[in-house]
Design a protein around this ligand. Structure first.
Ligand SMILES: Nc1nc2c(ncn2[C@@H]2O[C@H](COP(=O)(O)OP(=O)(O)OP(=O)(O)O)[C@@H](O)[C@H]2O)c(=O)[nH]1
Ligand SMILES: [Mg+2]
Length: 358
């Protein structure tokens, strides 16, 4: 795994970014990881990492039998393609990924519903497409060099057409699924169901809270992106004798590329329509403030109005009373609540508050 960091970034900050990348790699399935940090003011325009570093890494690919190289960055497809080309000689099966590739591979492993699966393959095609073009164009040029120009060119055209057809097919399937999904939401609305939606940074405890509120037993795990599909459950609010719908969603993450947000828009669409949003925050996380900001930015990008968003500070059995008071003051506009989804502390208050709102 290679991280290119600016020389002005402090060491602790660089390490944090590396740590999140390590959690992502662990979520994907771990394996032996070699970490390489390069300090550079700007990524190399051709190969993202500098040429000296590229040679160093090529040596490693040769000597250490490396399977995958992951850049902790969002690189453009020509950069990824050039790197791939350089390492090929030493390992013809080598893969070069950037952050989007890694997240897509994780999504692929975790997706359960047909809709999520289609969304992921579409996002993947969009991201991989240009690289495939690069590859086929090169094959084309090589063929041209040997003699006939026809063969290569035809291959490029064929490949592009195939790619376009596949994208179209996937998009059509997805449109159908999204329509069904939208109709479901509409029907629930017509029946008069109100919806509460749980959002938040990945690993904040959203699924644990969902389970605590609905009595369901969805998988909660100490990994990033344990949940990829929205799950809907029912929550009975005793005080007002009313049932509301509550859904659990995919976690957000820093640098979630816009293309992936768009890919998940329909799954996340409910977040735009839901009456109330519960923004779950891991209050025991030293990076909490940055993560709150990240989630807010993504919600804004999705077009969600900030009113009616309740901040639910979770894992509070691990924080001091003083800190709670501070948070209460700081976030008074966001109706802060303090819970522990794990021990059940504060869940009653949360239900009471929801009853009031409905
Ligand atoms: N200490 C403590 N741990 C908690 C609490 N709530 C959840 N956790 C733990 O935090 C980890 C993540 O919980 P999840 O419920 O899977 O988190 P999530 O937000 O659904 O995560 P993703 O679906 O991956 O985005 C698990 O190991 C939970 O056991 C809590 O109140 N206190
Ligand atoms: Mg979850």
């Amino acid at each position: 795994m290679i991280d290119v960091v600016s020389p002005i970034i402090s060491r602790p900050e660089a390490e944090k970014s590396l740590e999140e990348m390590m959690s992502l790699i662990n979520t994907y399935g771990g394996g032996k990881v070699i970490k390489i940090i390069q300090r550079r003011a700007h990524p190399h325009p051709g190969t993202y990492i500098g040429s000296g570093k590229t040679e160093e890494v090529a040596e490693m690919v040769k000597n250490l039998k490396i399977d995958i190289i992951i850049l902790n960055a969002i690189a453009d497809s020509t950069q990824l393609y050039k790197l791939l080309q350089m390492f090929w000689t030493y390992n013809p099966n080598i893969e070069v990924w950037d952050r989007i590739d890694l997240i897509l591979h994780i999504f692929d492993k975790h997706a359960r519903t047909a809709e999520a699966k289609q969304q992921i393959s579409l996002a993947r095609m969009r991201h991989m497409g240009p690289r495939m073009y690069g590859l086929s164009e090169q094959l084309g040029r090589q063929a041209g060099g040997i003699g006939g120009r026809g063969v290569g060119e035809t291959n490029v055209e064929l490949m592009k057409r195939h790619w376009r057809d596949e994208m179209k097919k996937t998009k059509d399937k997805l449109d159908n699924l999204s329509k069904t999904h939208e109709n479901q939401i509409k029907r629930r609305r017509e029946i008069g169901f109100k919806t509460v939606l749980i959002v938040g940074y990945t690993n904040a405890g959203k699924t644990t809270l969902f389970n605590a509120l609905t009595g369901k037993k969805k998988l909660a795990e100490n990994v990033l992106f344990a949940t990829l599909d929205s799950y809907v459950g029912k929550l009975y609010l005793q005080n007002i004798r009313k049932e509301v719908l509550i859904s659990d969603t995919i976690g957000f993450i820093q640098n979630l590329p816009t293309s992936l947000i768009t890919a998940f828009k329909s799954t996340l669409m409910e977040s735009i329509h839901a009456e109330i949003l519960l923004h779950v925050i891991d209050a025991s996380d030293p990076d909490m403030y940055k993560k709150i900001k990240t989630v807010e930015n993504i919600l804004e990008e999705l077009g969600r109005e900030p009113e009616k968003t309740i901040y639910v500070f979770n894992k509070t059995e691990n924080i001091h009373e003083e800190f709670k008071k501070e948070l209460y003051k700081e976030y008074s506009l966001n109706h802060p609540l303090f819970i522990s989804a794990k021990t059940g502390q504060g869940i009653m208050e949360l239900k009471n508050y929801l009853s009031q709102l409905f």
